[in-house]
Each structure stands twice: as C-alpha cells, then as structure tokens.
Design a protein around this ligand. Structure first.
Ligand code: F0G
Length: 390
C-alpha cells in the first residue's frame, strides 16, 4: 500500500476516535480550548437496562445501571482524575497526593503515569481490595499503607499539602467534581431526559454532589455563551446557578457500619465489607445533604449481607459484575422499589461505581456454593458434568 494512502487511513480513523471526557465536554468544563487533556479515554460508559431483575421482583419499573467499572482503571474515579491531573499539569504541578480506600489511588497513579508526574497515595493497611493494590503498584505510585483508616489518611493529606509541593487530588479538589459531573450529561443524552430517581453508593460524598451538579447543568440546557457552572456554596449552603424542573430524586445508600449520613454526623470506627465506602467522616457531608434536601431524596443504609446479596444478584441475573460498594445502589433501589417508596412506572438509574474484578477475594469468598467441579481430563467426565447439570 502506498504510504500516502496509509497515512490517510490513520487520519480517517482518528477523526472518529473517542478521546475522553475533557475533549468531549470541553465547553462545559473549566479548561481552555488549548488545555492539554491528560486522558485515558475515560467516560462514555454503557447505560445497561436491566432485563431480569424487574421481572424477578415483580415490579413495573425501568432500571438502568451506569457501568462505571468500564472506565480505564475500573471505576468512576477516572472521570474526576482526568480533570484533576489535567489541571495539575497545566498549573505546573510535578506531584499529586491522595488518601484513598483504593479506587482513587488507582486512578491517581494511572493518570500520574500518563502525565509523567509522581503520585503519592495513602491507603489504610489491610483494608483495600487486592486489584486496587495491584494497580497502585503497577502504575508506579509511591504507596504509603497507614496504620489507620481513610479518615486518618484524609487528615494527613490535607496537613502535608501545606508543607510539601504536592497537589491534592481527593474530591476536595474542585476539578474532581467537575470531571465526575459528566456522568449525568451522558445519562441525560442517552435517555433524552433525567431519570425519575438516581441511586448511588455514598462514601466521601463527592460523587452524589457531582451527579447533582451535572444533572442540573444538563437539564437546564443553557446556551453555550451563557453557560453557568453549578457549584455548592458552603457559605449559603446552596447550589449556585439554574434551578430547572425535571431533575431526578437523589438517593444515597451507605453501609450500616459506615453510615454517617444516617447517624447525623461522623462515625469513629467505620467498618464494612464494602471497603471502598469504609468512611466515617465524609469531606462533602454538607454538599451531599444539600443534594438530598433539594431533590427531595433520602439516605438509607444496607447491612453487609444485603450489599453482597445485591452484588450476586446483579452478576447472576444480569451479567454485570460490580464491586461490593457499587452493589449498595442496586440493593437499596430494589428494597425501596419493593417497599413502594420508589413508585412503579419510574425510570431509575443506579451508578455502579467500580468493577467486580477489583475485589476478587470478597467475590470468591461468597461463592462457596458456586458450581466448581474438578474432573479428569476425559470426554466421559466432561459429558457427565454437562448432563448432570442441565
Ligand atoms: N463506590 C466506589 C467503588 C468507590 O471507590 C467510592 C469511593 C464510592 C463508591 C463512594 O463515592 O466517595 O464520592 O461518595 N471511593 C474513594 C476512594 C473514597 O478512595 O477510592 P464517594
């Protein structure tokens, strides 16, 4: 093939190449036309309509899961991290730091690797899922396992950022929420409107806040030249910007052992099998309370057993494998649908925040009853295994 034709093919294929959410939503994010996006092609995740679970629970509802586990590092954190690292690099930062229950550290490490800067991550010793640990190490982050929990790590990160040249990339960095809000843009584009209910797991409470900002901006559908970003103003305890009709009711689910929103304030020793949301002192506590207040939504809690049951249900009946924290959204939604708190006829979106492969240990532990046969390598054994299990 002549080389000119070859080059043309490359140019043609690149014209349609998805290059991540900073490029896609540049006009609604705090970047300029020339800002270099640090991207791994995050966002644009599938919105999967559940086909079997509504039938199993016998309710006439449309439930969709936004499968954030299909982001490049396997969680929704990539949306916020592409923005945070893009801005850190634009501002000349050479190093980023975060405290994490695992997913933020994986995302920080990956985007730092991509940008050629350093990532320092603080994780609670012995309390992060194996996949997340593998990621931080492979992406080359400097990992500090602390003898303490996420809340301890968060406190230390805030203190050290005053004393060392590092940019914090936890969700207290406002660019994180700017990136994460794009999930709501995608949902509104896919459905042609916002859902009636949006359910999601809540830990540090940045994501529920970002969803609300994104929904408000997407539903308000402001003209490009008058676009106003929606942010939470701590002084007035209000969200700025337009107040359109047609926003979803926001529902946040927590693990019972780590449920500060249900207890009315910080929880000292959070504990849950859903290690991603093992957080007692959420940084976006007031923001998230304002979201639930303004949307007429609610917070609720699930026992670990309910979270694991929902995780298995989603895997076995829909083929969607998510990590335990993510399953809190679907477990909570199912319970509230069954109870009639979420009415029949509703359109519901659940964010499933992280990929099931992040935490293989918890998955395998709860599948002791799975069909796993050890047989001889003979046709007879294979055939018998099939016929006796039809
Ligand atoms: N689901 C997963 C899989 C998470 O990793 C997190 C948070 C959440 C839900 C809750 O989101 O904090 O915005 O309310 N993980 C953080 C981390 C804390 O360090 O990876 P949130």
């Amino acid at each position: 093939m002549p080389s000119s034709t070859h080059n043309w093919n490359i140019i043609m294929s690149n014209a349609n190449r998805y290059t991540g959410l900073v490029d896609r939503y540049r006009d609604r994010l705090p970047v300029s036309a020339t800002t270099r996006a640090i991207s791994l092609g995050e966002g644009n995740t599938p919105l999967i309509k559940l086909e079997n679970i509504p039938r199993i629970i016998g309710k006439d509802v449309e439930i969709y899961v936004k499968y954030e586990g299909l982001n490049p590092t396997g969680s929704f954190k990539d949306r916020g991290m592409t923005m945070a690292v893009t801005k850190a690099v634009e501002e000349g930062s050479k190093a980023i730091i975060c405290a994490s229950t695992g997913n933020t550290s994986a995302a920080a490490a990956a985007y730092a690797a991509r940008a050629g800067i350093k990532a320092f991550v603080l994780i609670p010793e012995g309390k992060i899922a194996m996949g997340k640990m593998a990621q931080a190490m492979m992406y080359g982050a400097i990992t500090m396992q602390i003898r303490g929990n996420f809340d301890d790590g968060m406190r230390l990160v805030k203190e050290v950022a005053d004393q060392a040249p590092v940019t914090i990339v936890n969700s207290i960095n406002p660019y994180r929420l700017q990136g994460q809000k794009t999930i709501a843009y995608e949902i509104v584009e896919a459905l042609g409107r916002a859902p009636d209910y949006h359910c999601l797991p809540v830990g540090n409470a940045g994501n529920i806040t970002a969803h609300w900002m994104g929904y408000t901006e997407a539903v308000a559908n402001q003209p490009k030249d008058q676009f106003e970003q929606v942010i939470y103003d701590a002084e007035t305890d209000q969200f700025t910007g337009p107040k359109p009709a047609g926003l979803p009711i926001m529902v946040g689910y927590q693990a019972s052992g780590a449920a500060p929103f249900l207890r009315g304030g910080p929880v000292a020793n959070p504990e849950t099998v859903a290690t991603a949301i093992r957080i007692g002192n959420p940084q976006s506590f007031n923001h998230a309370k304002a979201v639930v207040r303004d949307s007429n939504g609610w917070f609720d809690e699930l026992q670990d057993s309910e979270i694991l049951e929902a995780q298995r249900l989603l895997s076995m009946y829909e083929g969607v494998f998510v990590e335990p924290a993510s399953a809190a959204s679907i477990g909570g939604a199912i319970r509230d649908i069954k109870a009639g708190k979420i009415a029949e006829g509703s359109v519901i979106v659940c964010t499933v925040t992280g990929n099931g492969l992040k935490d293989p240990d918890t998955a395998i532990k709860q599948c002791s009853d799975a069909v796993m046969l050890t047989i001889d390598a003979t046709m007879n054994d294979v055939k018998t295994s099939i016929l006796s299990n039809m």
